[in-house]
Write a protein that binds this ligand. Structure first.
Ligand code: GDP
Ligand code: MG
Length: 471
């Protein structure tokens, strides 16, 4: 994410770190370089200005302040993280109001998605429904896009894949096919009313996909403004393509003139998007980014956490995001065995059942490669070098899981009982060699030892020591 900006900023701070103390001139030079990096990442001018107001309003005072600290470069890096996080909307986010307990009768909680054609609205509607369903919401999807005959079908196909219920245009009793021109808007509005009724009856959270146009045009704006009037949505989210850089923030501004936009969803943050869209949104459009689209698949939607993203941009890693990803990808296991595992780990008893679960988690976050994305840059490079050799690439993880599957319950609970004849049986059951079984057991023994130590760490120690694990 934002690789280019990240690289430039790391160069700046890497250079500062090599100095024992920082003179005013050093800070001014760094400011120049940071400014250039931000502008190259297509960050809007007013956002760059806002950044420096937080980061270094006066270099003379900042120099004095830093002179009092033990590690001036690190202190400056922290300031940069705070200033970037502010720019990304830290502190500006009130939680979304989607709970059905807040329902006024006859007005279901509704999310309306707006945006240009191709920005990712339809995909995002389904991703969002999928995400919110996991948070115990009861989403119901509807396509208010009457501009193309295939638009509803696209939503339906994605929704079926994600097992999210939809309301279909053909189910509307007032459906009148073949109307053209302005009358299309009337049909959309009639359907929006219908959808609202259905959602109310089903006590559901209504998520509405809408038509986009190539340009921000008047007729499209009129249409979505009338839809919003009917639906009175709790959240009206603008879906914007992050690849457009600061232009995305301009688009948000022009939508804001016609619609009460409550937040932004940035799509395509997985590509080589420049940081301009995300960093300019708060200063230009004054709207918080709620979610980031990070791929085409249904689960490629992340909550947008300004502080974590600022940390990632500065190459400081994002342990919180990693923990969330691990939790999200934990496969469902029987409740009792899960409880037992937690207990086992807490007591430093890390057996092969727990080991298998770890392997599954690693596979679900994409092996070391997926994990590395959340770690500080310096560690990422080391991990990427070590990846090919290690036990933790996708193929090897799968092999290890197969081997554990070939063990009996007793063997998994107590690997010590696995002697020669058992190894032979396991190897043949997993179509593996004895060498592979031995390697797994050895790896397990050393992990168990490490887990025993880690079980004694508190959060602070965990953060501190996580770094040394990868040395
Ligand atoms: P709409 O016209 O606004 O409804 O846009 P669509 O939902 O049809 O999306 C247009 C294209 O962008 C599709 O091919 C999507 O798969 C793709 N897309 C949407 N969101 C993302 C994202 O976050 N990352 C990537 N890589 N592709 C996306
Ligand atoms: Mg669409």
């Amino acid at each position: 994410m934002f690789d280019q900006l990240s690289q430039s900023l790391e160069n700046v701070f890497g250079g500062l770190r090599r100095r024992a103390s920082l003179r005013e001139q050093d800070i001014e030079n760094a400011n120049q370089e940071i400014r250039r990096a931000l502008l190259e990442a297509d960050v809007a001018l007013n956002a760059v200005k806002a950044f420096f107001e937080n980061f270094a309003p006066r270099t003379d005072l900042l120099t004095q302040e830093l002179a009092q600290t033990i590690n001036p470069a690190d202190e400056l890096l922290k300031r940069a993280q705070n200033a970037l996080a502010r720019l990304l909307g830290e502190g500006a986010q009130r939680p979304m109001r989607l709970a059905s307990t807040e329902i006024e009768l006859s007005n279901p909680p509704t999310i309306l998605l707006a945006g240009l054609q191709g920005s990712g609205k339809t995909t995002t509607a389904v991703k969002l429904a999928f995400h919110l369903q996991k948070q115990k919401h009861n989403p119901l999807l509807v396509s208010l896009d009457f501009s193309r005959p295939a638009a509803e079908q696209q939503l339906l196909t994605l929704a079926q894949r994600a097992k999210i219920p939809t309301i279909l245009q053909s189910e509307n009793p007032e459906n009148n096919e073949g109307v053209t021109g302005n009358a299309i808007t009337n049909r959309v509005i009639a359907f929006a009313k219908h959808a609202k009724n259905i959602a109310t009856k089903k006590n559901a959270l209504l998520i509405c996909d809408t038509a986009g146009r190539m340009q921000v045009d008047e007729q499209a704006m009129d249409e979505i403004a009338s839809i919003a009037k009917i639906l009175t949505p709790r959240e009206t989210l603008l879906v914007a393509d992050a690849m457009l850089g600061q232009e995305a923030a301009n688009i948000a501004e022009s939508f804001k003139q016609r619609l009460q936009i409550s937040g932004i969803i940035l799509t395509r943050l997985d590509g080589d998007a420049r940081a301009g869209a995300a960093l300019s949104m708060m200063s230009s459009a004054k709207k918080p980014v709620r979610f980031a689209g990070t791929g085409e698949s249904i689960d490629a939607l992340e909550k947008f956490d300004p502080n974590a993203i600022a940390s990632r941009i500065l190459g400081r890693g994002d342990l919180k995001g990693l923990v969330e990803k691990m939790q999200k990808s934990t496969p469902k296991v029987e409740k009792t065995s899960e409880k037992q595992e937690k207990k086992d780990i807490a007591y430093g008893k890390f057996n092969l059942n727990a080991h298998k679960k770890q392997i599954q988690q690693m596979r679900n976050v994409g092996g070391l490669e997926g994990l590395a994305k959340h770690l500080p840059k310096a560690m990422q490079d080391k991990i990427n070098n070590a990846r090919a050799k290690s036990m933790v690439n996708a193929d090897k993880l799968k092999r290890q899981e197969v081997i554990i599957n070939a063990m009996t319950r007793d063997e998994r609970k107590n690997p010590k009982i696995i002697h020669a004849s058992r190894k032979k049986r396991i190897a043949s059951g997993a179509s593996a060699t004895i060498v592979e079984v031995n390697r797994l057991l050895k790896n397990h023994a050393s992990t168990a030892k490490a887990m025993k130590t880690m079980a004694k760490w508190d959060d602070k120690a965990l953060q501190r020591n996580a770094t040394s694990l990868f040395r």
